[in-house]
Design a protein around this ligand. Structure first.
Ligand SMILES: *Cc1c(COP(=O)(O)O)cnc(C)c1O
Length: 494
């Protein structure tokens, strides 16, 4: 049986997994979403001794069921190799009463590497399967981490071109340098005078621009997306929740079958949605705790069932979560509405036109799985300090948001269920925040902060940061939001 991926906005728009990956976004503006979840046999007594790659094979072959076994083997082997600085790929670290699932051991030291190291291979394999020989052009809006991780994945991959947009002033110095020094003749980086939502909105618009599509086709090119709207990003993220559960059993920290909670620092809702799918295929997860920073649109949504983006956008110390329109929530809404594309489209149109929508009372068996909370800048900084004082371990600000929200939840609810915290970035990506939280000093220079962080934590400086200070800046373009399409056409010569 082949799984059907359907657009969240049009019931007629149904495709297979490889078609969904190739197109990225549905042409009606919706997101391709699995209509039914596959049966996966999760035998944790066996899985506890499986490698990350073996768990990946199990999950990917269930969700991407029109790929052959050898196609998936090839993609997995190319993705999860020595680019990661540990053979465990996603190690689990016990810190007091929590388990941090470190998702930052890939080439760009953020969790986006977990999916973006495999997406280029899934995408080029999908194109081959569909008999497409157009050049695949990846357009990506980034709040800081996706852009670099996508370029690291796609750089010099034959038959692809990648253009990344990031908000000027909305990312850390290290994040910016990671992007602007990117090598590869097929990579392009553009800073925009706007915020992440501006960038993401215009990228989505370009995907649905019929005239642009035709212009590109005339030159044998087509667009695809490396954003977490692409199902090829989402599915590989399910893997590490299965793997984490198996590792907890292996370490003797839980019994097979015992429930765990999962807390996820959330922006575009991709990572936590993957955790939801992991639960649905049988990982014993009790609560999915959605953690936000001061851009707490999701906290308010879960409390009131009103999604309201009409509010000030805040630039925080956890920039990858500075998001007001959380794209992947649309997939959860679709499931909450009983996979009803008409109803989902009505809400999304309402969001676009009025800046808000109200969810009708729906499927509590799904909604009640979620808890939500937010951490202020002060709470985030205090949490970094608390964890450091307890265990000499330094969390990055995104992880600290999750860790702070979890402890507030635990205190309020008395819920003692063991918890896995998705640890989404290395503190070396945000060294000034970490150093200021732990030591109280404001280090002006990112690279001095890197040294200080090394001194404080004793953790080796990752390759991704070492040498960055002196690397050649190759990308210097800055444009107004209104000129994003022009930049794309210029790069592609259309
Ligand atoms: C992207 C990102 C997030 C948010 O993940 P979503 O899947 O968009 O919710 C959190 N932390 C870091 C470090 C990220 O890069």
């Amino acid at each position: 049986m082949t799984l059907i991926y359907q657009s969240t906005r049009n019931a007629q728009n149904q495709v297979t997994a490889s078609q969904a990956i190739l197109h990225g976004l549905a042409s009606d503006g919706g997101l391709f979403t699995p209509m039914n979840l596959p049966e996966v046999e999760l035998n944790f007594n066996q899985l506890k001794d499986s490698s990350y790659q073996e768990v990946a094979k199990l999950v990917l072959s269930a969700f991407l069921d029109d790929f052959t076994e050898s196609e998936l083997d090839a993609c997995i082997a190319k993705a999860y190799d020595s680019k990661f600085d540990t053979p465990k790929i996603a190690p689990l670290v016990k810190l007091g009463d929590q388990y941090n699932l470190e998702l930052f051991h890939g080439s760009t030291i953020a969790f986006k590497d977990m999916a973006l190291s495999i997406l280029p291979h899934l995408l080029t394999t999908s194109a081959k399967k569909q008999g497409i020989d157009n050049k695949i052009v990846i357009l990506t809006a980034t709040s800081g981490d996706t852009g670099k991780a996508a370029m690291a994945g796609f750089a010099d991959v034959p038959g692809t071109e990648i253009i990344v947009f990031y908000p000027k002033g909305g990312v850390s110095k290290i994040q910016e340098l990671q992007m602007t020094t990117q090598k590869g003749s097929n990579t392009h980086v553009v800073a925009i005078e706007g915020n992440f939502d501006d960038a993401q909105t215009d990228v989505k618009r370009m995907f649905n621009d019929e005239e642009l599509r035709q212009k590109l086709l005339d030159k044998k090119m087509q667009l695809s997306s490396a954003n977490s709207m692409n199902i090829g990003r989402l599915v590989p993220q399910i893997v590490y929740y299965v793997y984490a559960y198996a590792q907890l059993i292996k370490a003797g920290d839980i019994q097979n079958g015992e429930k765990i909670n999962v807390t996820v620092p959330t922006g575009n809702f991709g990572n936590i949605l993957a955790a939801y799918y992991a639960k649905e295929i049988g990982v014993p997860i009790a609560k999915l705790i959605c953690a936000s920073n001061e851009n707490k649109v999701l906290t308010d949504f879960f409390a009131t069932k009103v999604y309201d983006k009409k509010r000030d956008f805040k630039v925080t110390s956890s920039p990858s979560m500075d998001i007001l329109v959380s794209s992947n929530l649309e997939r959860l809404i679709f499931h909450l509405l009983g996979n009803d594309a008409v109803k989902t489209k009505t809400l999304m149109d309402c969001l676009a036109e009025k800046g808000e929508y109200q969810l009708e009372p729906v499927r509590p068996e799904i909604l009640d799985l979620f808890e939500a909370g937010f951490a202020t800048e002060e709470e985030t900084s205090a949490e970094i300090k608390r964890v450091y004082d307890m265990s000499a371990y330094i969390e990055d600000p995104h992880t600290a948001v999750a860790s702070a929200v979890y402890h507030a939840y635990k205190k309020e609810s008395g819920d003692e269920t063991p918890v896995v915290i998705a640890s989404t970035a290395s503190p070396y990506k945000f060294p000034r925040v970490a150093v200021s939280a732990v030591g109280g000093q404001d280090v002006e220079d990112d690279f001095k902060a890197v040294e200080e962080l090394h001194h404080l934590s004793g953790v080796a400086v990752p390759k991704a940061v070492d040498g960055l200070e002196t690397a050649e800046v190759r990308h210097k373009t800055v444009v107004a939001t209104a000129d994003m399409q022009q930049a794309v056409e210029d790069y592609l010569g259309v």
